[in-house]
Design a binder for this molecule. Sequence first.
Ligand code: C2E
Ligand code: MG
Ligand code: MG
Ligand code: MG
Length: 290
Amino acid sequence: EAKRRGRRRAQPYVSGLAERLVERQHITDDLYEAVQNGGFSLAFQPVVALSSGITTGYEALIRWNHPTRGWISPDTFIPIAEDCGLIEEIGRWVIMEACRQLAGWSSHLHVAINVSAGQLKSDALLHHLTQAILVYGIAPERVEVEITETALIDDAARTAAMLARIRRTGIKVALDDFGTGQSSLAHLRDFQFDRIKIDRSFVIEAGSDARCMAVLRATVAIGQELGVLTHAEGVETREQLELLRSIGCDAVQGYLVGRPVVPFTDAVATLVPAAVGMVPSPSGDDPAAV
Ligand code: C2E
Ligand code: MG
Ligand code: MG
Ligand code: MG
């Protein structure tokens, strides 16, 4: 009986899986095409210092406008790019394009570039970063790479060595989506970062959940203890912003202070908010925004 039930249940799952595999193959083919024909663009989202309200830099977020499916989220296509070996090529484009744009911005601004697990495993990453910095004549300190906790799990010794090599060039390293992976505290112990980006999920509950607030407060304290900048992701409300300010968080990012914008113009780069949360963000400009 259990077996029959199991088989009946398994049926739609298997066909769903098959469909997903076919779908994935189509997306893979189209990704190759996009890499060949320059099908990507970058959106830039401001990073704002909480104490001064000044925009200190922008995070580059890749956008892909698929010829028939429209905007596909990087959360969908980056894992596929990793699996089919395209991540290095796409990552290289992101690095070059982000640095090209950075070269035109005011010199106090930095750019943050997301780097995935697959990129971290290869020396190509370091080559591409140093190449971009040389080509565009950029101070390495103005470039920051963001690495998620899940990218740190395999071969810790190798990864730590890679991060150290990156940091030795002057490029900064941020820990992205902090608190969502496993062994978050061990990561802070075992690797050196310049910034901890606290995941949006903690920010969402900050106002309503005392336990969440306690975790946030403790994380900021750890950052201060380690001499690492603390940065909250996904700040959407005034209340969240004030709570983060009250616990001494260094920086914020989120729809409240600015949505990702594309294309990035000089007008955006020179936009300095009078007060945090008062940024007249050109909302809706990010075509991939939900
Ligand atoms: P992430 O690096 O953690 O980026 C933050 C994501 O949250 C972005 O989604 C951003 O648009 C979104 N976001 C920002 N503020 C808010 C807010 O206030 N509320 C909400 N609900 N969302 C907010 P996006 O652009 O779809 O990117 C998703 C993920 O894809 C990124 O997460 C990053 O891990 C990855 N990614 C993006 N660009 C690249 C890239 O160039 N290379 C690699 N390897 N990964 C990338
Ligand atoms: Mg990021
Ligand atoms: Mg993040
Ligand atoms: Mg994320």
